[in-house]
Design a protein around this ligand. Structure first.
Ligand code: CP
Ligand code: NVA
Length: 313
């Protein structure tokens, strides 16, 4: 059974298929495609969410499926009962489980006992659905090309992890502009697959000035609230504000996975300047996740839909 835990478990043809499906489904709402008819999906959240929760919930309904939201305090995975018993119970109720969790290892454990398709909706480690929506957005805008230079500015985190995993499949360059490189990211600099395609550029002005795309995320990810003061201090020179974004080339765009803390990692001016890209990126969570679920849960029907509704981009 195929899951979406990390992009490294997928292949490039599978990713391309999902991007194609997403574009076809987005372009053809009138087709009323219902590949999840008769299927149920549980949405499990240990952390807050706006985009992920709403886009999965609506997406499942649009595909003809049923959703049920499972709150952490209700299910108590690993506290009220074991991961194993939760998996066995839900196996009897639902076809898939979309999970936003703190601990990535628990997601792997859940998969081990699961007859359900497991989809990673963000963990402390990674956020694959977000990056798939980001790539879809760049494709739509005609910016997704070989040799694309992306500059990550700020805290190297779970979103960057999934971007690096995506970069294993596509020949893009990733610059990381941050005060230091956390130990968990060091191995990427030794990874032969990323040779001459990953750089640490300490100076954010230099880093954004060579970018086709600048990527920004919060400096305080969910679960790091106790470190807020130290993090605000650490990253204060890495705010993509009016001055810093002025160093971006004319053609470059900025993406932000949201939620944004205006006045911290980005300012009002820069958010407003790139808001059409950023909110397209946000909307594309819906379209790419519909494609992911259709592919994982009804691959034959989805391929048949695509053969009739393929779009060029
Ligand atoms: N980008 C993202 O995952 O947003 P939410 O935390 O609101 O789901
Ligand atoms: N890095 C952020 C992403 C939010 C979508 C977090 O984990 O909170």
């Amino acid at each position: 059974m195929k899951h979406l835990i990390d992009l490294t478990e997928w292949t490039k043809p599978e990713l391309e298929k999902v991007f194609n499906y997403a574009l076809a489904m987005k372009a053809h709402p009138e087709a009323d495609f219902k590949p999840l008819k008769g299927k149920s999906v549980a949405l499990y959240f240990e952390k807050p969410s706006l985009r992920t929760r709403v886009s999965f919930d609506i997406g499942i309904q649009e595909l003809g499926g049923n959703t049920t939201v499972v709150e952490q305090f209700m299910a108590g995975i690993g506290t009220r009962e074991s991961v194993h018993d939760v998996a066995h119970t839900l196996n009897g109720f639902v076809d898939a489980m979309v999970c936003r969790m703190f601990n990535h290892t628990v997601l792997h454990e859940l998969r081990q006992w699961s007859d359900m398709t497991i989809i990673n909706a963000l963990t402390d480690f990674s956020h694959p659905c977000q990056i798939m929506a980001d790539v879809l957005t760049l494709k739509e805008l005609g910016l997704w090309k070989e040799g694309l230079v992306m500059t990550w500015v700020g805290d190297p985190n779970n979103v960057l992890q999934s971007w690096l995993e995506m970069a294993l499949f596509y020949p893009i360059t990733i610059n990381i502009s941050s005060p230091d490189i956390p130990t968990e990211f060091e191995s990427w600099f030794q990874n032969p697959a990323m040779k001459d395609r990953i750089f640490w550029i300490h100076d954010p002005k230099e880093a954004v000035s060579v970018a086709d795309m600048v990527y920004v995320d919060t400096w305080i990810s969910m679960g790091q609230e106790a470190e807020a003061e130290a993090r605000l201090e650490k990253y204060k020179d890495y705010s993509v504000n009016k001055e810093l974004s002025g160093f971006m080339p004319e053609h470059a765009v900025m993406l932000h996975c949201l939620p944004a803390k205006r006045g911290q990692e980005v300012d009002e001016y820069t958010m407003e300047k790139f808001k059409s890209v950023i909110f397209r990126e946000s909307e594309n969570r819906l379209h790419v996740q519909k494609a992911i679920m259709a592919y994982l849960l009804s691959p034959v029907e989805t391929e048949a839909f695509y053969q009739e509704h393929a779009v060029k981009y």
